[in-house]
Design a protein around this ligand. Structure first.
Ligand code: NAD
Length: 485
């Protein structure tokens, strides 16, 4: 087998120490690597690079397509962009995968039997970063969920389950409220789940699902989620496993993958040979599996489990009565090296089959949609309108907006933050300065309109002195509502 080129960044704070420890174990385990080292983080930020990564470093990432990254320190103060976000977005790393495992009874945990993998969508949802201040009182953030984006992540989760012999994939969504965005994610989950009859597919509304995960994580196996829920719940899962300092994660794209520890650069612990290298080490195990060096990963990972089991612990997991020896970063790495070839006796040994590499790459990862018939059937016009009162003004606005009816369009309803307030609203409904006026055809709902009608409607709004802040077109797709009713 020939060497595989990977890009390595040593990072800031405790980064260089835990990377040195990790690379030492990899080398002694027989990993076949050609390492390209790049500089990222604090120094690069402070040299005037707003993303914390130099242009030539991107070339290394594009060349090797594999990135093992130590934590970095983001300098205080404004103007610095998140390096992780830049790398994820630039390289299209759509899947964030975080195994959360407890190591009872050797490491304290509330959940002795926990082995959950969180698969988080990494590119869309409320994290597209599209936000607007629309009125003095209201800010907006767009939540975007796409069919191909959801197919990519959900298929990845099922392929991961298949390759790693997992029995169940659970989807967390909030589609009782967000019927279209989370509804789409759920619908695609059901479609893809049907293609994997040997893997149980299961779904929970995210609130109760999260509560169950925190209470009985042993009932879960792989959990796939849109970006925001995944961001929050992957931290919860790592924390309740008892092991934030012990978790690694991967960020997977179609071409490039990045691996890291989930913790930060712990600057107060830096340079003291104190830090636990295990999170980054486990990130490195994900790297080896990804590049197909599964035998090396199995050997190193089992030696690490044996070290944990033998009670050789860094300060962060050391516990009197359970741990046997308190060690520093370097000594911990040496203890793992000394156990290469051994397996844990109480904890479950890991087994990596050769074909576990590059889990999601066998199938086309998203489909090209069949064209649908798209019809424009109305428009929502959003207004900034303020009468100095939070109650009892909707009928006054209703009269003003009725006056712009015409040219085949008529006002159907006015809503304030999703609550209908006109016609027939209640005077005691709280309203702010942000109003949605829905216009449908005179000929009745579902009939087609054209863009010219919308343009002339907006001109009439302008003539009436009303401040339009945005419009949303109402479309039907193959005769089905494409908007909330
Ligand atoms: P942190 O994860 O660095 O530290 C949180 C706590 O955990 C501290 O008490 C720390 O001492 C401890 N800790 C973390 N890793 C440890 C380890 N390996 N061994 C022993 N103890 C460990 O989080 P923070 O203090 O909020 O952030 C510090 C810096 O890290 C910030 O600049 C932040 O921006 C950055 N950060 C980077 C990443 C990344 O590069 N992916 C992620 C999170 C935070």
């Amino acid at each position: 087998m020939s060497n595989t080129a990977i890009t390595v960044a040593h990072g800031d704070g405790i980064g260089p120490e835990i990377m040195a420890a990790t690379l030492h174990i990899l080398k002694e385990s027989g990993a076949l690597l050609d390492i390209e080292t790049i500089e990222i983080g604090e120094k690069v930020y402070l040299s005037g690079n707003a993303a914390g990564i130099a242009p030539e470093s991107w070339k290394s990432l594009r060349r090797t397509k594999v990135f093992l990254k130590a934590p970095i320190t983001t300098p205080q103060g404004g103007g610095y962009k998140s390096l992780n976000v830049a790398v994820r977005k630039t390289l299209g790393l759509y899947a964030n995968v975080r195994p959360c495992v407890s190591y009872y009874p050797f490491i304290e945990t509330k959940h002795p039997v926990m082995d959950v993998v969180i698969v988080r969508e990494n590119e869309e949802d409320l994290y597209a970063g599209i936000e607007y201040r629309q009125t003095q009182q209201v800010e907006e953030c767009l939540k975007l969920i796409s069919r191909p984006g959801s197919e990519k992540i959900i298929r990845y989760a099922f392929e991961y389950a298949k390759k790693f012999n997992r029995k169940k994939v659970t989807c967390f969504i909030k589609d009782n409220i967000m019927k279209q965005t989370d509804g789409l994610f759920h619908e695609i989950f059901e479609e893809i789940s049907a293609e994997y009859p040997n893997i149980e597919g299961d779904h929970w509304i995210v609130d109760i699902g999260a509560a169950k995960m925190a209470d009985t994580p042993e009932k879960f196996d792989v959990i796939v989620m849109p970006n925001l829920y995944g961001d929050i719940l992957s931290d919860v899962a790592a924390q309740i496993a008892g092991s934030v300092g012990l978790a690694g994660s991967s960020n997977i794209g179609e071409n490039v993958a990045m691996f890291e520890a989930i913790h930060g650069s712990a600057p107060r612990r830096a340079g003291q040979n104190l830090a636990n290298p295990s999170g980054l080490f486990l990130g490195a195990m994900l790297t080896l599996v990804h590049i197909g060096q599964t035998d090396v990963a199995e050997k190193a990972h089992n030696a690490w489990l044996r070290t944990i089991e033998d009670g050789v612990h860094t300060y962060d997991i050391y516990k009197e009565g359970v741990s046997k020896e308190k060690v520093g970063t370097r000594e911990f790495a040496e203890a793992v090296v000394a156990r290469l070839g051994q397996k844990p006796e109480t904890l479950k040994a890991v087994e990596y089959k050769q074909d576990t590499a590059e889990a999601a790459k066998e199938k086309p990862i998203f489909s090209t949609p069949e064209p649908q018939k798209k019809e424009l059937v109305g428009v929502d016009v959003f207004l900034d309108w303020w009468k100095g009162k939070f109650y009892g003004v909707a009928n006054e606005l209703g009269a003003l907006v009725e006056a712009v009816n015409g040219d085949g369009l008529k006002l159907q309803t006015i809503a304030n933050r999703g609550v209908k307030v006109y016609p027939d609203g209640f005077a005691d409904t709280f309203t702010v300065d942000h109003w949605r006026c829905r216009f449908v055809p005179d000929a009745g709902e579902g009939n087609a309109i054209d863009h010219q009608q919308i343009i002339s409607l907006l001109l009439r709004f302008d003539d009436a002195g009303l401040d339009v802040i945005k419009t949303e077109n109402l479309y039907n797709f193959d005769g089905k509502h494409g908007y909330s009713v």
